[in-house]
Each structure stands twice: as structure tokens, then as C-alpha cells.
Design a protein around this ligand. Sequence first.
Ligand SMILES: Nc1ncnc2c1ncn2[C@@H]1O[C@H](COP(=O)(O)OP(=O)(O)OP(=O)(O)O)[C@@H](O)[C@H]1O
Length: 755
Amino acid sequence: MTLPLSDLVAAIAHDRGVDLPPDWVAPDLDPAILAGSDGLVALAAAAGWAAPQRLGPRPRAQHFPLLMWSGQTGWAIAEQWEDESRLRLRGDGSGLTVERPDDALFYEPRFPAIAARRTPSAAARVFWRAIMARRDVLVSATIATIMANVITLATSLYSMQIYDRVIPRAGYSTLWVLTIGVIIALLLDFALRTTRALMVEREAARIDEEVSEFFFARAQAVRLDARPPGVGTMAAQLRGLEQVRAVMSSGSLFLLADLPFALLFVLVIFALGGPIALVPLISLPVALGIAWGLARLIRRDTDRAQISANRKNGLLVESIDAAETVKANRGGWRLLARWNSLMDEVHAAEDPVKRWTSAAGSIFSTLQQLAYVALIAFGAVEVAQGRMTTGALIACAIVAGRVNGPLITQLPNFIVQWGYARASLKMLDDILRLPTDEGPDAGTLRPARVEAAVRMEGVRFAYPGARDGIVVPRLEIAAGERVAIIGGIGSGKTTLLRLMAGLYAPQAGRVQIGGLDAGQIAPDVLRRHVGYLPQDYRLVNGSLRDNLLLGLSNPGDDAVMAAAAQTGLINLINGHPRGLDLQIAEGGRGLSGGQRTLTGLTRLLLARPDLLLLDEPTANLDDAVEGAALSAIAARLGVQSTLVVVTHKMRLLSLVNRVIVMVGGQVALDGPRQEVLQRLQQSARRPETGGAGEGRAVTGDAGAPAIGGMNGLAGPNSLAGNRRRNDAASRIYCDHRPVERRCDRLSGLVDLGGA
Ligand SMILES: Nc1ncnc2c1ncn2[C@@H]1O[C@H](COP(=O)(O)OP(=O)(O)OP(=O)(O)O)[C@@H](O)[C@H]1O
């Protein structure tokens, strides 16, 4: 086989539906090592994956396809056994059958799991699964806990012996032996507890990493159209993880781990002091009962406090993010008022929690002391009656302190922590319920090529809570077409483009890309073939180079600079002392709107997708840069690549040969550029007799109805640049041939702008 090992691994990843990051192959790997039998191990180590699994000499059918190495074939993909001794290797077309080489080694690469793909139904299960994956550590920690608790008994028995044997008889040798013995036991106890703490904390850190990776990936994978409206609130919901983690911190875990030993200690008290065991036997369930009651009492308030705290966080994020608008419009007071009322809400919810917790704390402390007094009083009677020794009473008091002590004193805090953690888990559950790009319903088709053709049939889409939305009975864009989508403000152009990009899933109907249902194509494959430039291109924290290569493999600085030269971004790179290493601040700050757009365009030139969907790509650019960017796009387009561009600018229409006009979420006109422009100009000249705003027909064009305002096309450079003076310019008609709908279905659409 002549293919390099990395290509073979990528092919296996493709077979398994795994999306490898673009730069997964470390560039400095020695080709000689890769070609040798240790090549896969080295490749996996450099990529940060787990070591590949080496299989036996005769892998079973379910393991294929596999990576095989032999001195004779080098690295190859083994497809299956042909018979007892022959293997089929993957080759061009039909494959190639070989005798199994004697030195053949079979490997199964262990690809990193995509966290978001795993789909537990509840957040608690995510934690549980991470904990159960470390069962062996749990078992060791439990054994350490058992031993440490048994050793604890040594101190109580020591006291008993001292009071009963050493003091009455002045038995110093017994005293030394017992003291040395108990010191050894205490040292052992120290060692066990420290080891347990270190072990649990190390695993807790790993659980934390695993769980937070899962939720971060999950939040990223939430489908764009399903995202909750409050970004800050959602971020705060995710921060609820910290509360769950706090409750699972080692201290709380130990509390739970020690709980079963309370029963053991009660048994020990029974063995030493007989009926006085009744005292802890009563006080323990009473304490647990009060704890349970407290948990129920604060449940509603912790939920409420959590919701208000999340909204508070949302407001904070919003106020920082929108600082410019807020300052310019003196909106600070309004935000401050909202902040204060949210603070009031938080306090109103937290106050009862605090009241109940401190009440419970006092109750527990009194209960603890009452239990001690009862034990000593009961014990004194027993000692006086000669049914137990003083030493046994003291030992019982020490053991009872273990039952009522740390366990009981920590319970109220633990319960409050648990109350908040419970509320956080519920919110994490809400996030888990949101549909994702990567979920089980996500597409799994991984075609090598996706034709750059779009087809929409019976598509309906509305934003949550919106009455109207996008309705597209039928729309086809063939591979190689150049299409502009124009229309008034809020007419649905961007939404239509997002549907075409597969970023939004239609609520009815089908969106096909290259003849395949967009929802069935694996998201990573779809993103590779569909280049989408959003209207407000956001950058991410990192260098300019990081942003230009977001999701791409690095083609080298020369290629990046060449693409930047085409779009005009080169001026920024050359003009800045750090060039491509220019740092973009958190939130994508650091570049102007136009520079951000140029970054997005340059990235698209580097990505080279066949289907280009651009949403107002030159809205932020001046005429000179716009010209350069447009020619870069034009030069980029191959015969089979397709361009769909949403625009308000006349100049951009020179790139296209077809124009779609959107009005009120529907395609109002669709046809060759000249015809559509003519139609729009005719409509601009024609006087109207009906109130278009009410959707009534305009006479003078075969009775076609007026269908709404085109104010979005207005502007110095726009189609309707000269139409502002003429009210009729804001009317278009719907009897254009390529629109496969009857005009009367469009009648009644509201005037969308009226600027
Ligand atoms: N995220 C959203 N949530 C709810 N409604 C939305 C959202 N985005 C857009 N809308 C609504 O959907 C409609 C279509 O919006 P869209 O962004 O597609 O319009 P557009 O034609 O691209 O407008 P513009 O020319 O101003 O960019 C508008 O009425 C808008 O208010």
C-alpha cells in the first residue's frame, strides 16, 4: 500500500463516523517511524489519543476494517478474511487479496470520543457514568474507609483499657504497650485517610474534566435554531456544574462514605454498653429525619434562587457585551434597575434557605449535646448498677461522638449544597434536552463529495414564539449557479440562507444539499462542503491566524497570506507589528467590522467549499475593498461551485445571474437577474392604486397584487437607490414566471418596512 499511515487512519475514522480535528497529525513526526510497526503507536501518542488496541493474530469479523502492519505490505487497511489464510486489503476499486503475512500485526485505533455524541438522558447520569468508570478507585477508597473507621475504634478501646486496667492497677507497662499500639494505629489511620483523600481528589479532578468536557461540547453542539434566547443565562446554567462538583467534593463524599459506619458504631456501643446504644439509635434517625425535612423545606427556594441567579448572570453578560449601546443611550439606569430587582429576587429566595439552615444548625448542635448528656446519664446509671465499667462508658462516649460528631455537624451545609446542586442538575437536564447537531438523530452520511446544489421542498420554519416564518414550497439552485437573495429588512433572507446551510432544521419539508437531505449528512462533512459567512462575522479569542484557520488544517503562512492578499486583509496583516499573530481579545474584539468580514472571507477562500453562502459579505466594506473582495470571490468560483449571496447592494448583483426576492418570509420573485431587475424597475415606475400595506392589489400589472415593502433595498448603492423618492418603488409584483406559486397566494402579505 502506498498511502501514508495518517491517510489510512483518516479512512478508518471516516468508516467509524469519527470527525478528526483538521490538525490531528503532528507535523514533526518522522516518516520512517510512521512506516515502521510502531508507527500507529507514535501517531496516536502525538495526537494525544489512547494507545491503539493490538488484536490477536486472527481478528474476529466484527473488528474489521482494521489497520494491519507487516514487513511485506507496510501499513494497510484489512477489510476482512477471504478464507482461512487470505485477507482482503483495501485498495483502489475492488481491493486486493493477499496471503496473511506471517508477521502481520492488527491494530484498532482508539479515536477520542466526541463528548457531545454521548447522550445520557439526565445530567446526574453523566456524573454517575464518570464515577462508575472509576469503580476500582471507589473500591480502594471504600476499603481505606472501612480500615480507617475500624482503626478509629482503637482510640475508644484504648481509653476503656486505660480507665479499667491501667489506672486502678497503676499498670505502666500495659500503658506503654497500649499507647505505642494506639499511636501505630493512629499513624496507620493517618496514612489511610491521606491516601484516600489524594486518591479521591485525583479522580474527582478527572471526573470534573470529563464531565465539564461533556457539557461544554454539548452546549456547543446545541442546534442554532434550538438555542435558548438568553446566552448569559445558558452560560450560568452550565456554571451550575460547579455547584454539583462542590457537593461531590471529597469532603461531602467522605461524609456519605462514613454514613454506613454510624451503624457499625452503634453496634460497638451496644457491645460495650448494652442498652445505652438506644441513645444513638434514637438520635441518629432523628437527625437524619430533620435533615430530610430541611432538604424538602428549602427545595423550592433553592430552585428559585438558582433561576434568579442565572438570570442575574445573563444580565451581567448582556450589560458588558452591549456596553457600547448601553452607554451611548444612557441605558445604564434601566439595566441597574433590572439588576437590583433580580438581586431582590435572589435574596427573597435565599433568605428562607439561610433561615432554615441556621435553625437546622442550632437544632443539630442541641441534639448532639442532648445525645451526649443522655448517653452519659444513662451510662452513669448503668455503671452505678455495675452493668458496665467506667472505661466502657468513656469508650461509648467517644464512639458516640463519631456517630453524632462530624456527620451531624456537616449535614445542614451538605443539604443546602445538595439543594443548589439539585436545582443545577435540573437546569443541566434542560440543556441536555435541546436538540444537537451531534446527537443520535444527527446525520451519519459521509459522502466524499457533496454536489453544490440546493433543493427546498415544502419548507416551513418559524422562530420559537413567532407567528409567521419562512414558507418555501419549492426552490432549486443548481450546481454552478450564482444567485442573489434580496428583500426588505426582516424579510427572511438570513433565515433562508441558514436553512440552506443546514444550520437550521426546517419544521416541515426538506432541504437537500447535493441531492441528500441536509439533516442526514454528518455535520462535519456538511460544514466542510458548505461555506457560510454570517452577516456579523464574530472572531474568537486567539491570534488572527487561529481565526483564519478555524476548523481548517494549516496550509502554511504562504497560502494564508496569498488568500489575505486576494481579499485585502493583507493590509491589516502587514500594517500590524504582530502580523498574523495579532491577538484577538475575548469576545472577538480587536478588529473593525470590515476587518472581521475580511477575515471571514479570507477563511472561506482557504476552506474552498463548493457551496458558498454569503450573508451581506460586503456590508461593512468600503468601495475599494469591496471591489477586491468581490473579485476574490469571483476568481474563487469554479464551474461547479455555487454562490448564494444575500445582499442589499446593487454592486454585488454583478456577481450573479439569478435573483431571488424575499418578501415576508416567502419567495416573491425568482428569475434571471435582468428580468427580475426589470420587473422591479417596472414596479417602481408604476403608480399604485391600492394600499400595499394592506396587501391589496395594485392595478396596472395584470391585476397582480402588491406584496410588500422593499425598504431593505434602499440606499445609495442599492437597487432602489433612486426609488426612495417614489413610493411605488417599494412595491413588487409576483406574476414572474419562475415563481412556482400562484400570485393570489401572496396577496395579503403585509408591508414590511415603510421606510
Ligand atoms: N434568532 C431569532 N429569534 C427570533 N426571531 C428572529 C431571529 N432572527 C430573526 N428573527 C425574525 O425573523 C424574521 C426574518 O429575519 P431575517 O434575519 O431572516 O431577515 P433578513 O431578511 O435577513 O433581514 P436583514 O435584511 O435585516 O438582515 C424577522 O422578522 C426577525 O425578526
